[in-house]
Design a protein around this ligand. Structure first.
Ligand code: NAD
Ligand code: DAU
Length: 369
């Protein structure tokens, strides 16, 4: 259902407390969140998404006709549009996923990262502040601005360093993480200065259905399926802390309902893995689930030029969200990765659609150097 931006307010004019304005809800994590909130939590959602290369309405087909879901194609930086959405939908919360999210793309061309992640977040904050200021006292207390961010703002860990906590100083190393750090600081300042009831979540690497196959796990699954080379950066010993996307969505939902305004919450899977081990695991599962290619897929692994400024290790200390809100990941890596490989092998239509045109140009440009 398309949200009526002008003219009559339509059936999406709902009372505050019932409606969440989601940005970037057609992307990987956003679409998993929208589906979960509509199907499991009975929420009403207005999804504002620009539909960049990473946004895909096919992810949301199962709710597209649901009367509790509406979609608006637009840019978060468009303040007139954002203002009219606040006015017409009267949300009780905004959950902000929209971002440029791929580190390698930020190295090739940072402009869009600065524009969307920093200026776009600023536009949302300004319009949220104006809307929130006009609410009644009770409604102002209930309103939440939840900003979805990343562990990458904390920089890189040495092998024996303790995991990042909410008090670890920011030290972003890529244009992507620097743009997310800047947006986190803006969110913090809007709480501190204006009292806007913000929440920030900083999460580790997600995996699961709908992830665009420029990212490590879906790229490796599809290349392994097709018998193509598996490009591991550097020595493959970089460590990431992996979390199944549905666990992340559960955590966001809990922070939204129970998090303390002005606080940040680290979210992670307690699941540190070296990239090379991840790729070998994927090879084994694809060998088992897909037609054979005449040799073990691990033989497709190729070490390629490292990512400039490549962070060596991330690890999240997620004890605060566990202590305060009772959140813990449900999925183990072993079960989550099998579900994920199966999903990509069984959803050829989705894969074909997202790997056409501009995707092929990205792969050709990025991996040719
Ligand atoms: P994604 O790239 O899959 O999706 C981003 C979505 O935002 C797309 O639907 C895109 O169309 C939309 N978008 C981009 N620019 C926009 C704009 N200017 N206006 C409106 N919509 C716009 O990203 P993702 O992996 O789902 O990440 C979502 C959020 O979570 C991001 O803020 C990211 O920084 C954060 N995050 C991601 C991970 C991860 O592992 N993927 C981990 C931690 C945090
Ligand atoms: O940590 C959270 C972050 O995780 C999110 O904020 C980002 O939005 C998300 O993209 C992700 O960033 P990473 O850079 O960690 O993810 P990516 O999948 O691009 O890479 C994971 C690791 O795998 C990283 O060490 C680089 C490596 N890699 C990646 C690709 C695409 C390879 O070795 N080969 C590849 O082809």
């Amino acid at each position: 259902m398309n949200f009526p931006i002008s003219g009559t307010k339509g059936n999406a004019q709902l009372e505050m407390n019932n409606l969440i304005l989601v940005t970037g809800g057609a992307g990987f994590i956003g679409s998993n969140f929208v589906l979960k909130m509509i199907q499991d939590a009975g929420s009403t959602i207005v999804n504002l998404d620009k539909l960049t290369y990473a946004g895909n309405l096919r992810n949301l087909e199962s709710v597209s006709e649901n009367r509790r879901y509406s979609f608006v194609q637009g840019d978060i930086i468009d303040r007139d549009l954002v203002r009219s959405l606040f006015e017409k939908s009267q949300p009780s919360a905004i959950v902000h996923f929209a971002a440029e999210s791929h580190v390698d793309r930020s190295i090739h061309g940072p402009d869009e990262f600065i524009r969307t992640n920093i200026n776009g977040t600023f536009a949302l904050l300004e319009e949220a502040r104006a809307y929130w200021s006009g609410l009644s006292t009770t409604e102002r207390e209930k309103f939440r601005f939840l900003h979805v961010s990343t562990d990458e703002v904390y920089g890189s860990l040495a092998p024996n360093d303790p995991a990042f906590t909410e008090n670890t100083p920011y030290a972003p190393n890529s244009p992507y993480s620097a743009s997310k750090a800047a947006s986190d600081h803006l969110v913090r300042a809007y709480h501190h200065t204006y009292g806007l009831p913000t929440l920030t979540t900083n999460c580790s690497n997600n995996y699961g259905r709908f992830q665009f196959p420029e990212k490590l796990i879906p790229l490796m699954i599809l290349n392994a399926r097709d018998g193509k080379s598996l490009p591991v950066y550097g020595d493959g010993q970089n460590v990431r802390d992996w979390l199944y996307v549905e666990d992340h969505c559960d955590a966001i939902s809990l922070v939204l309902s129970g998090g303390r305004p002005g606080e940040t919450y680290n979210i992670g899977g307690w699941n540190e893995k070296r990239n090379l081990d991840i790729v070998k695991t994927i090879c084994g599962i694809v060998d088992e689930m897909a037609p054979p290619i005449g040799r073990p897929r691990s033989e497709l692994i190729t070490f390629v030029k490292d990512r400039p400024g490549h962070d060596r290790r991330y690890a999240m200390d997620a004890r605060k969200i566990e202590r305060e809100l009772g959140w813990k990941p449900k999925e183990t890596f072993e079960s989550g990765i099998r579900k994920t490989v199966r999903w990509y092998l069984e959803n050829e239509g989705w894969v074909r659609e997202v790997t056409s045109g501009s995707y092929r140009n990205w792969i050709a440009t990025h991996y040719s150097a």
